[in-house]
Design a protein around this ligand. Sequence first.
Ligand code: TYC
Length: 118
Amino acid sequence: MAASAPRAAKEPRKGGDVGPGAGTALVTRTRPQTRKPNMYRVLLLNDDYTTQEFVVIVLRKYFNKSVEEATRIMLHVHNHGVGECGVYTYEVAETKVTQVMDFARKHQHPLQCIMEKK
Ligand code: TYC
């Protein structure tokens, strides 16, 4: 009986219980028993229409940033085109992206939020 944790279907698999290396743990351990999860950056993209105030609200509401940190990140995105809101496991990052995109759409802002593998 496989004892691996549930994994999001969309996240690319690595290793696992089929293919080369499957079922050999008793003979030769080829991997540590615990593996660090893949981590994903959640990024905000700049645009000309979303207000600076709205971006600060997003960073406070969904990324738990202080006013000062949220303002710093917002200005970084404004000046450089893209900026990091946080780094999360796949499912958490995916949830944050969906929440931000839904919130932006609801308030009729074109703000874009994406994730990328670290
Ligand atoms: N460039 C926007 C403005 O000047 C502000 C902005 C910042 C928009 C960050 C999006 O992710 C963003 N109103």
